[in-house]
Structures are given as C-alpha cells and as structure tokens.
Design a protein around this ligand. Structure first.
Ligand code: AMP
Length: 397
C-alpha cells in the first residue's frame, strides 16, 4: 500500500512551495489548443494558495533538448493560468530556468502569490537528473510538491533530483488520485477484477500481462496483439500484426493463466480488411480463419458482446489499449463497445492513459469513469508493478 504525504498533510503557511506540474499542453502558434492539464492542476495550486504558501510552479513542455526554444516557452501557460486562477501568475523568463528573474520574482513573493518558472527542459541536465540543476531548483523553495504523474516514470531533476535537497517532498491531488487508483485499487481490488488489454504488440505489454495475471480474475486481450495468440494456437492470421517470436510466450501465458485459475479471453471473431485503410473491403470472420491477403483490424461483434458481458460481472475494471485500429472509424466499433460497457457499469473503472483515455474522452464517456490516468507511459509502468521514481521520491506519511 502506497501511503505518501500529500498537500493535506503539510502546513505551507509562509513557506516557498515548489510545485512540479504537468503543463505539457499542445500549442499551435503560441495558442494552447487543449487546456485540460492546466484545469486539472488547479485544485492543488488553489489549495496551496489558500493555505498561504508562496507557490512556485514548474513544468516541462515538449522536447527542447536542453536549450531555450521560444516556441516551447511556458509564457502562454502563465497567461492562461492567471485567467483560470483569477490572480496574477508571474512568469520568470529565464533561459536557465533558475536565473536572475526567477530569484528576484521569488524574493518578492507574498503569501498566496504564484510564480511560474520557464520550461525545465531548457536545461540539458533536467532529463539526466543532474545534481546542479536539482540543487538550484531546491534553493528556491522550502517544500516540494509533485503533481506531475505523466513524468513519474522518469527520474528527472524537477521531480526526483530536487527531493534530495529539500526536507519535505509531498504529492499533489492529481498524483494522489493516480496512486490511489492505479497503485492501490489495482493491488487491492474489489473482486471480480477484470483487466482489458489491447494495443498493437504483445512485446510491449509483456510485463503488464505478467503482473496482471497475478492479480486479476479475468484478463481480456484485444487489439493487434491478439493475432500473435491466434497464430500460436494454430490459426491463420493473414497479414495481421504478428510477432512470430512471441508465439511461444503467448502459449506460456495461456498456460500460466490456466494454472492460476485466471480466465483469459481472446477474440472469437474479427473485422478483417483487404488493406490497411478505412476504405478497404471488410468482412467478419472467426478467429484463426483470416485468409491470405487480409488482416484483422478490429474485434468482431460477437467478441465485443462477450467482452461487454464480462465487464458487467466485474467490480473493478482496468483498461489499457484499443481493441482495434480505432483511429479509422470503420475499425473503431470494438473499442467503442468496450468504452460503452465501462461507462455503463457501476464497477470501479480505471483507464490506463494513452489511446484508451483518448477514446473514452472522444466518445464523451470521460465523466462516467472512476479514474482516467493522465500518464500513458507512467500508468503502464504502474500496471507492470514497477516502482515509479517520481512516486518513490515523495515522503511517506
Ligand atoms: P499501443 O501503443 O501498443 O497501445 O497500440 C496502440 C495502437 O495499436 C493504436 O494506434 C491502434 O491503431 C493499434 N492497433 C490496435 N489494433 C490493431 C490491429 N488489429 N492491427 C494493427 N494495429 C492495431
């Protein structure tokens, strides 16, 4: 059980609090095109303002590769955050992040003021967890709060290194929610516990499959990786995505599931196409019966119904990865059916970031889910049972 010190457990009155946020928002021509991440960060920031802290915000944006890139400046974020908070967010425009502007802005702060530092990845040490930049960041503050889950699987200066030079490192509300659901609910779920895994390749989900087999009652497999299982079981998969090298592994997983009494469900039918294109000719065939020249691009309707029925029996459901090539509307039905089933159940529903989160939000089911993770890579590593450096670095309660 992860039990980290949170912003509810610290007293920041009069203290300088450095908050690592995830303000990595999409921008076009200096305009923010999706401000969800800014809105999501507000509860932690407001709490620290209300408690009388001097709130110093920092984040990365894109990949400037260790040098200042004006198009990746956080200046537009400061402007928009000022509007969202209804108070000035002073932007410290330093190419070195912790430079003269940042130091002067912090020195001039009153309780409840907010300052935003420049893009932490303007410094090349950031992604290498270098000591000097970590110390510089720590020198600005008394207390550190990490609310950036999307980078929690990386050890960088602004989420891990800095914690070595401060007395208190706590987590914000966003991080706390990720820990509660992805960490604790997955490790101590209300049963039956069903996990749904999709996406392109078996090879990239091996650790997730292995870890979840230890915990779930039912494991549902869809997406491109299902064809490696179909081939391993002696079926023909045509031109479908196939990782020949992983067929033996797939058989081992089936055996392991049986030994553990875990129900492992594979597709029973598939939507196949004669080209990797939304305009391709399509037909529905049983699993393992895909003719040469055709490829499976979605689970079929019988599979979608089976998976939706299985979701209904669950008390906890975790979903990571689409059931097919959902980016093409003609191959999105399987992913949509799973999203709908999750939206309709009363079970605890946890969406593990990336494509599944995008699909759920696009379909308008976002507010029907118990938790949608904000971090693709980080949520996958949580599901693999790994310790995330950004989480581990926060103090225990
Ligand atoms: P991943 O990053 O491994 O979670 O995979 C997500 C990608 O898998 C999406 O872009 C899907 O289009 C792709 N995908 C899902 N099902 C299939 C399939 N049957 N064939 C090829 N790609 C697929």
């Amino acid at each position: 059980m992860l039990n980290k010190k949170s912003v509810d457990d610290i007293n920041v009155k009069g203290l300088k609090v450095l908050v690592r946020c995830d303000f990595n928002v999409p921008m076009v021509d200096g305009k923010i095109t999706d401000e969800n991440r800014l809105v999501a960060a507000l509860p932690t920031i407001k709490k620290l303002i209300a408690d009388g802290g001097k709130v110093i915000l920092c984040s990365h944006m894109g990949k400037p590769k260790g040098e200042p890139k004006p198009e990746l400046s956080l200046a537009p974020v400061a402007a928009r955050l000022s509007e969202l908070l209804g108070q000035e967010v002073k932007f410290a425009a330093d190419a070195t992040v912790v430079g003269e502007n940042a130091k002067a802005a912090v020195a001039a702060m009153n309780d409840g003021d907010v300052v935003l530092l420049e893009n932490t990845r303007y410094r090349k040490e950031e992604t290498k967890n270098g000591e000097e930049f970590s110390k510089e960041l720590a020198s600005l503050c008394d207390v550190f709060v990490n609310d950036a889950f999307g980078t929690a699987h990386r050890a960088h200066c602004s989420n891990v290194g800095v914690t070595e030079y401060v007395d208190t490192a706590a987590v914000g509300y966003l991080m706390q929610k990720e820990i509660d659901f992805l960490g604790n609910a997955v490790n101590n779920p209300e049963r039956p516990f069903v996990a749904i895994l999709g996406g392109s390749k078996v090879s990239s989900k091996i650790s997730v499959i292995e870890n979840l087999l230890e915990k779930v009652d039912t494991l549902i497999i869809g997406g491109g990786m299902a064809y490696t299982f179909a081939k391993a079981l002696g079926g023909s998969v045509g031109n479908s995505l196939l990782e020949e090298d992983y067929c033996e592994y797939a058989l081992n997983m089936l055996k392991k599931a049986e030994e553990k009494g875990v129900k492992l469900l594979l597709p029973i039918d598939n939507v196949i196409a004669d080209d990797f294109s939304n305009d391709a000719n399509t037909q529905i065939v049983g699993t393992g019966a895909i003719p040469d020249g055709w490829e499976g691009l979605d689970i079929g309707p019988k599979t979608a119904a089976l998976y939706a029925e299985t979701v209904k029996t669950a008390k906890t459901v975790v979903w990571n990865g689409p059931m097919g090539c959902f980016e093409m509307p003609n191959f999105a039905a399987g992913t949509e059916a799973v999203a709908k089933a999750l939206a309709e159940t009363d079970a605890v529903t946890i969406i593990g970031g990336g494509d599944s989160a995008a699909a759920v939000n696009q379909l308008g089911y976002g507010d029907k889910m118990t938790h949608i993770s904000t971090g693709g890579g980080a949520s996958l590593e949580f599901l693999e049972g790994k310790e995330l450096p950004g989480v581990a670095a926060a103090n225990d309660k």
